[in-house]
Write a protein that binds this ligand. Structure first.
Ligand code: ATP
Ligand code: MG
Length: 283
């Protein structure tokens, strides 16, 4: 599959808000168009404004990292995109559809921090699982098979292994393969590598950039790590907490073809410093 081109650029504007400002127009609507989204949770004990007036856009084929401290609403934002939470205010559009329509069309894949594999099923059977639940009637024409997806994430030959026979990084690869089943146009990843050691995480970061380039899937990736956010993303949206809001939106002006050595370059260090400043201002 070819990499989709024409990432809509988003630009930070005043009052800490970020809105789309397409430089090269992307084909079709933005993958994600989030406008003034507010989410309030009201419980017996308190009311929490998890997100307040959050606006940003990601072009088709884009890669946006969401960076921010614990409790700033990163997971809540992904859940709104995934139609797991309805916003209290504002609007969310996914490829020009409501999140509900996008989910019904199976446009979304979700990867959580924990690989969440079924221990009694092999790697291949775990990837196949969505075909059996949720009423998927086979794979769309031309979509990669479960076996091909395992090869894509570097697990060719491990199809018949059970989760307990795999390392944490390998299990997370299986969950990425499962999320890619059916060729979702948008992959939502909520700290998928947070529990892994640094070496494995580094390797998976490189793999994920490769998978993104090979599949053309739009990716929204949540992380606490400045380095991970900017190594992976074409853009980084920095969120601040209490209430969750946009603190900054930074274009990651680094070559498309990245290896981990890029973290030692002057450009990388300069952008990291800006992101750290933005995080500091928002805390
Ligand atoms: N279902 C819920 N009911 C009530 N409050 C909630 C609910 N989900 C999230 N919150 C609150 O919303 C805020 C944002 O939570 P969220 O999980 O989105 O943060 P986060 O940025 O993902 O944090 P972390 O980095 O720790 O995962 C928190 O204050 C949390 O307590
Ligand atoms: Mg979270």
């Amino acid at each position: 599959m070819a990499l989709a081109t024409g990432h809509a650029a988003a630009a930070a504007t005043g009052a800490g808000r970020a809105v789309a400002g397409a430089v090269a127009p992307a084909a079709g609507p933005a993958a994600v168009d989030c406008r003034n989204v507010t989410v309030r949770f009201v419980t017996d004990r308190r009311t929490v404004t998890a997100l307040e007036n959050v606006s940003f856009a990601v072009g088709q084929g884009g890669f946006l990292s969401l960076l921010g401290p614990s409790g700033c609403g990163k997971s809540t934002l992904l859940r709104v995109v995934a139609d797991l939470i309805a916003p209290t205010g504002g609007s969310m559009s996914v490829f020009g559809m409501t999140p509900e329509q996008a989910r019904a069309k199976r446009s979304l894949g979700f990867v959580f921090q924990d690989a969440a594999l079924l221990p009694w099923r092999t790697a291949l059977q775990n990837v196949e699982l969505p075909l059996e639940v949720g009423g998927t009637k086979g794979l769309p024409k031309g979509a990669p098979t479960p076996k091909e997806l395992l090869a894509l994430v570097g697990l060719a030959g491990w199809e018949n292994s059970f989760p307990h026979e795999l390392s944490g990084g390998m299990r997370q690869r299986v969950s990425i393969a499962r999320a890619l089943l059916g060729g979702p146009r948008l992959l939502l990843m909520d700290e998928p590598f947070g529990a892994l050691d640094e070496i494995t995480r580094d390797r998976l970061n490189e793999e994920l950039r490769r998978i993104w380039a090979e599949t053309g899937t739009t990716i929204l990736f949540v992380t606490h790590s400045v380095y991970e956010a900017m190594f992976l993303g074409e853009q980084v949206l920095v969120l601040a907490a209490n209430p969750g809001r946009v603190a900054d939106l930074v274009d990651i002006d680094l070559p498309k073809d990245r290896d981990l050595k890029i973290r030692e370059t002057e450009a990388f260090v300069r952008i990291a410093s800006r992101l750290r400043d933005s995080l500091g201002r928002g805390s």
